[in-house]
Design a binder for this molecule. Structure first.
Ligand SMILES: [Zn+2]
Length: 133
């Protein structure tokens, strides 16, 4: 797929803008003359971004650290959390104890119930020792 030309113009503009911002920060911090800095360090020729090859671009969402709602408004579901277990951080909704996605079902139970076996190492799971005999 060809990337439209205007995308490169936007990137070029952003690149120059980011150069400029960095220069301004440095000039401000060290008390340098910004005009002299621009003259010395900004590229003399306009920058041009040229696609060379197949370009792979990944766009990532920048997640803000989420602040959980107060306990009385917080979904009661336990979540997987990379195997550590944790408390869902979404709001309850529809006058239930759960957020919209946990209304569909609880895979790991509720926070006010004991954690299910999957969060324990195998040797601590129910029936492990009797199964060894
Ligand atoms: Zn939830």
């Amino acid at each position: 797929m060809d990337i439209p030309e205007f995308i490169f113009s936007i990137l070029e503009k952003e690149l120059l803008e980011s150069h400029l911002q960095l220069l301004e920060k440095i000039a401000d911090h060290y008390g340098f003359d910004i005009e002299e800095m621009k003259d010395l360090f900004l590229p003399k020729e306009p920058m041009k971004i040229v696609p060379q090859d197949v370009i792979k671009v990944q766009v990532k969402k920048c997640y803000k650290p989420r602040v959980p709602p107060p306990e009385e408004e917080r979904c009661m579901a336990r979540v997987w959390n990379h195997g550590l277990g944790g408390h869902c951080i979404r709001h309850r909704c529809n006058q239930t104890d759960y957020c919209r996605s946990h209304q569909k079902g609880l895979k790991y139970g509720r926070m006010d119930e004991p954690a299910p076996d999957v969060f324990r190492p195998p040797s601590m799971r129910e029936g492990y020792h009797s199964n060894l005999r």
